[in-house]
Design a protein around this ligand. Sequence first.
Ligand SMILES: [Zn+2]
Length: 350
Amino acid sequence: MKHEIEDLLMAMDRRLDCYGAGDPDCLLAMFGLRWDDVAFRPRRLARDAMLHEALPAANVAFLLIHLEELGFQVDPAPLISELRPSLEKRPLLSSAELSVFWYSQTRGRNPPCRVKPHGTQYGMRPLQSWKTPEGYRVELHGDESGHVALLEVHSPRFQRRPEPVETVCPDCGHTYRRGDPESSEFHRREHRKRMRYLNPQPHARMLAARQSEPDPELVTSFSPAWKHREMYDRAYAFKREFRYDFIQWQSPKGEDDRQAHGYLIADEAGAIVGACAFRWRESQWGLQWVWISPLHRRQGHLGQRWQAFRKRFGDFQVETPVSDAMRAFLARRGDSALIEGEAAHPNERP
Ligand SMILES: [Zn+2]
């Protein structure tokens, strides 16, 4: 509650008198916070409630953290140690909660904090500077007549780190910020996931399926979940590579379309090097998408299966988007007319 915050500030540092430096409305505005309206839970039949100005506890901690940086004798630590355990398992944090979460690592190490009481002014010069008991260096800047326009606080142990560099991984194509541990960790996870299909290794279940199934590469709505996961990964790779809008396989767990015919394209060693999917489109089959791992392209994997696909699905339509490599592939076979919305090229065999 606002009145409790006023009392708290005043009790911590007498300079934070609510008619002076501790005016909570001014402090909130300075640090980009806003009051919430809260009410005590009404009795069952009550129709209206009295609203009070209040701040979530994490925002109070955020306020105290900044006041400490400014050199006031406030101690955010007790409130933060109360709040910290509740944040451990939360998937999403507000920016105030983030500063609570990081407090023990960032105390005294934050980048310079700048407060502009009256907006930006030009031609400022340093007016005054001092060190707080905790070692923060405070600088006042202002104009010729001595009006303060900017207050800057430097943490005692702040070290400027090199800015993270946006980097594209040459192997998996993921863009991340090198030098930012969070982003690098995310890349490592994504890298492992992508390399499974970008650089596939012999697949034990595919090898087993070859021993026991008549059509081991076929994936339908009746196929086991591992096949759907492999299909989904390649459909995802297709989406990423061709910047398509959606993933053209229902889920890593299955596919409801009874007519869908997915194929996992495996090499001799049993590594799944790619996949493609056929679907029934009103009056004919459509080849919805094909994706082969870049390391395994131009090695005839699709070519070896092409005749069988033509036999099984007839004059199917090759649906767009069609890559240049796929166009060249179809042209070599005299099958350019299969491309959705295109007629046969006059120079081609019928
Ligand atoms: Zn990578």
